[in-house]
Design a protein around this ligand. Structure first.
Ligand code: MG
Length: 199
């Protein structure tokens, strides 16, 4: 029942945040951020999902801290799980790879060296709203390379550097978004499964 979002061939399931086709580069079974072209997002919108995604950091590495291999995976287009080259690269705790950016550092640094493929397996459930208020917040669990780095972490709101806030306009579904942070990070083998309520 998986929905394949990238099978190594094309970005037909994705679009530019600026409108039009996704402008990132596809080659050899992966695609790569083209710095400066902006974020891309899925055409389809999702609520609760399981995500599998593989990513690889530029080698040799360039830059330090947040400038080294920065990208990100945004659920509902709003809540970022950080993608960063955190292999021998110090940055602030909740800005590391595997962080809920600006909210929760990863439980452990599970990074492989740049140039090696890494995996994210993520379960995300959106916030549930009642009368314009968050009734139940969004939650996320993340395995990086098979290692638990977020264990049912509460999401405090849309990703901001300082004060995350929920915006009722987000609703119950949204696109999956990938960040152009001006570093040529690669992605491949992306699929999701929608988490259906137990009936
Ligand atoms: Mg990022």
């Amino acid at each position: 029942d998986a929905i394949v979002l990238f099978d190594g061939k094309d970005l037909s399931k994705w679009q530019s945040m600026k409108g039009g086709a996704a402008p990132w580069k596809v080659e050899n079974g992966y695609f790569q951020v083209v710095p400066g072209t902006g974020d891309i997002e899925t055409k389809e919108k999702f609520g609760a999902i399981q995500l599998h995604l593989e990513w690889s950091e530029p080698t040799p590495p360039h830059g330090t801290s947040q400038a080294r291999g920065n990208s990100g995976v945004f659920f509902q287009g709003k809540y970022e799980i950080q993608v960063l080259d955190s292999y021998h690269n110090i940055t602030y705790p909740d800005g590391q790879a595997g962080a809920v950016y600006g909210q929760h550092p990863p439980l452990v640094n599970a990074c492989r060296p740049p140039g090696e493929w890494q995996t994210y397996d993520i379960a995300f459930t959106p916030a549930i709203w009642q009368g314009g208020q968050v009734h139940i917040p969004a939650y996320v669990s993340v395995f990086q390379n098979g290692v638990l780095v977020q264990n049912h972490s509460e999401i405090y709101g849309a990703t901001e550097q300082i004060l995350p806030r929920y915006n009722p306009d987000v609703g119950s579904v949204g696109p999956l978004r990938l960040q152009d942070h001006h570093n040529p990070v690669r992605y491949r083998n992306i699929w999701i499964r929608e988490i259906k309520p137990v009936s």
